[in-house]
Design a protein around this ligand. Structure first.
Ligand SMILES: Nc1ncnc2c1ncn2[C@@H]1O[C@H](COP(=O)(O)OP(=O)(O)OP(=O)(O)O)[C@@H](O)[C@H]1O
Length: 584
């Protein structure tokens, strides 16, 4: 096992070592059993009854199988333990990563690591240690036994075995090259299938599946091409090596050499027979080596993916965390750029926010407006430390958010996003999520405040209705109002709203805004909004354009002094007028 394997198996290293020691002793027993069998035939051929040999054979066989089973038990138990340890370690690690990184990797890829890769490692850890012990120790035992029988003949067998190993190594190297290409081609097919199946609704609506299906077809023919190339380039050497790995070539070699040596009376016919039996065993022990190699190759990619996650930088946590006593918010010269894999250097990264500087007094209402992509949602993500800012400082109550423990920071903020994640529990569980000891009365009151109660009571199971996986049984607006009900229950000092009326119709929007004004009372509120009508009441409006602040002030201030805002307001009025005119 390579260094990488050893590192990842460290938590169960002791148990794996025990498994290997037991496997080595078992293999020693196995060679002893072969020697006993040869001895029995020798005694029978000389007219003696091999009492002692038979008893010894029986005992050795029982011990051999017991050790072998014990060795496999140890490695399998270790594999189960390691699987559990790795899943715990990885989920703890994911919990400490910046949320933005978690979103970038994606839930699909992360669950693949936690489920498939950890499972692949289980198979490797369960089977590789005994195989490794067998593959390396048996040839040594066999060669020692051969050397004991006849040293020069044993040296010849060793030379022939090394030749076979050399051929095998060459084959492995060629196979390795192919394996990489094979992996890449298989990856392409997989993503083409996932894209085709997951995006089925879009695929059917827009191109009747032709272009997506075309991509899948392309990946498939690329894969077939690689397989054809493999047949031409690699298959010949594979078959050659497989042939060498059968007992036949070794048998021919031994019989040829043995015939010559016994013609010169250098070995007896019985020694030749003993060599034939033992050398067959030697060939047999090389098979686990091939199995081991296959296992290692399969585990390698999984180990790399697990290591990648374990090596990711965690959200930095202050050694002396502080808890703010006030809840005003301050963005000081904040700049930020998303790090993309293709843009490793800071210079190359495109800034999403550039020198943003504003304060939100405690219990006031600040609205963030701006064109799509101007960085409004990013601003909220930065306050929650989904990502850490590149330059500047964000403070709550004068405390830098990096000095607030991440869980405490979260406990200060209620968040209502455009796309709200729900757990696959009931409506009641989702409303009360993250809030302890909620009475039914309080929960219903919160649902009423969020204009959700009337809908819930129309459902046959009421508050106990399951919301489905990720809340898919509820509409976008219902999900959003459920999150608003949760925010009512949480009653945290800071409220962050990202397009809170995105899913509502005109009637509900008015109701929601009324609900929000209740929710916002005595809280520091930042609301990202597209609909300007909802924010004319804001104490302060921040207008972002391409990551820069172009205006700051109340609606009245901005209308009086900010040209960009005046233009925006005019455009908004015209659009509303146009909607009303056309609706008549
Ligand atoms: N996770 C991410 N990784 C890389 N780039 C991102 C990520 N999220 C957003 N961006 C980019 O950052 C810029 C700002 O995005 P952001 O979502 O903050 O804008 P926004 O003003 O909220 O837009 P909208 O009004 O459309 O929601 C966009 O150019 C977007 O492409």
């Amino acid at each position: 096992m390579s260094i990488k394997h050893q590192e990842i198996c460290q938590p169960v290293a002791k148990q794996l070592r025990l498994s290997m020691i037991l496997a080595v002793i078992a293999q020693g027993m196995k060679v002893a059993i072969w020697l006993l069998m040869i001895g029995i035939i020798h005694q029978v051929s000389t007219g003696q009854f091999p009492y002692v040999y038979l008893v010894a054979l029986l005992i050795f066989t029982v011990v051999y199988y017991s050790l072998k089973i014990k060795s496999h038990d140890q490695s399998h138990y270790a594999a189960f333990r390691l699987e559990q340890i790795l899943r715990q370690r990885l989920s703890q690690k994911i919990g400490k990563l910046p949320l933005g990184d978690v979103q970038t990797i994606g839930s699909g890829a992360l669950s693949k690591v936690l489920i498939d890769d950890v499972h692949a490692l289980h198979t490797f850890v369960a089977d590789a240690p005994p195989l490794k012990a067998e593959a390396y120790s048996t040839p040594i035992f066999v060669l020692l036994a051969l050397a004991w029988l006849n040293l020069p003949f044993a040296a010849a067998v060793l030379a022939f075995s090394l030749l076979i190993l050399w051929v095998l190594k060459r084959m492995v190297a060629r196979g390795q090259l192919f394996r990489r290409e094979y992996g890449l081609a298989l990856g392409k097919i997989n993503s083409a299938i996932i894209e085709y199946v997951q995006g089925m609704a879009t695929v059917r609506t827009f191109d009747a599946g032709e272009s997506s299906y075309g991509r899948f077809q392309q990946a498939l023919s690329h894969f077939s091409q690689i397989m054809r190339d493999w047949l031409v380039k690699v298959d010949l050497s594979t078959r050659l090596a497989r042939t060498l790995f059968t007992p036949m070539p070794m048998m021919i070699f031994l019989l040829g050499l043995g015939a010559i040596l016994s013609a010169y009376e250098l070995i007896s016919p019985f020694t030749l027979f003993a060599f034939l039996v033992l050398a067959m065993g030697l060939i047999e022990t090389m098979h686990p080596y091939m199995g081991l190699f296959n296992l290692m190759e399969k585990a390698r990619a999984s180990i790399e993916r697990i290591n990648e996650i374990e090596a990711m930088p965690e959200l930095t946590v202050s050694q002396q965390p502080q808890l703010p006593e006030k809840f005003d918010i301050c963005f000081k010269q904040v700049s930020f750029a998303y790090e993309k894999a293709s843009e490793k250097t800071v210079e190359k990264k495109t800034a999403v926010l550039n020198g943003v500087d504003f304060s939100v007094p405690q219990n006031s209402f600040t609205a963030i407006i701006g064109q799509s992509g101007s960085g409004k949602s990013t601003l909220l993500s930065l306050l929650l430390r989904f990502w850490d800012i590149t330059q500047g400082e964000i403070c709550i109550g004068g405390v830098n958010i990096k000095d607030i423990a991440p869980d405490k920071l979260m406990s200060l903020c209620s968040v209502v996003f455009q796309d709200n994640f729900l757990f696959s529990g009931t409506i009641a569980e989702n409303i009360c999520y993250g809030v302890e000891n909620v009475s039914e009365q309080d929960m219903i009151a919160a649902a009423k405040q969020a204009y959700l109660h009337d809908f819930i009571i129309t459902l046959p199971q009421g508050y106990q209705t399951p919301v489905g996986e990720r809340g898919q049984l509820l509409s976008g607006g219902q999900k959003q109002r459920l999150t608003i009900a949760r925010a009512f229950l949480q009653n945290r000092p800071i409220l962050l709203l990202d397009e809170p009326t995105a899913y509502s119709d005109i009637e509900n929007e008015a109701k929601l805004m009324a609900a929000f004004s209740q929710l916002m009372a005595n809280k520091t509120v930042i609301m990202v909004a597209h609909r300007l009508a909802n924010i004319v009441q804001a104490d302060q409006i921040i207008y972002l354009q391409q990551g820069k602040m172009v205006a700051q002030g109340s609606h009245a201030d901005l209308l009086a002094h900010s040209t960009p805002y005046q233009q925006l307001w005019q455009a908004y009025q015209q659009a509303n007028h146009w909607v009303l005119e056309n609706a008549k």
